[in-house]
Ligand binder design. Structure first.
Ligand SMILES: [Zn+2]
Length: 88
């Protein structure tokens, strides 16, 4: 395996538009509710397990981008950050 075999990911940028990027996804968001959380968040896994389409989710390279796109932290997996933003 070499670095030529780099995968690209569909990421959502701060402007809310999707783009292909080789940057690894670290956060998943829910497009309708505008909430982002970890990729293994229990809520997100349950969402997919329920048969909802994965493509309704947005993916972010980091949380700064997620917040800039208007998303809020997930109460389940990012509770400290959720409190930090809600407490402003
Ligand atoms: Zn979560």
């Amino acid at each position: 395996m070499t670095d030529q075999n780099v995968k690209t990911y569909m990421l959502t940028g701060a402007d809310g538009k999707s783009c292909q990027s080789p940057t690894k996804v670290t956060l998943g968001g829910h497009r309708k509710d505008k909430i982002y959380g970890t990729l293994d968040c229990a809520g997100a896994v349950r969402w997919i397990a329920c048969g909802h389409n994965v493509w309704q989710r947005d993916f972010f390279a980091n949380e700064a981008t997620a917040i800039a796109a208007g998303f809020r932290p997930c109460f389940g997996c990012l509770r400290e950050k959720y409190k930090g933003i809600a407490g402003k």
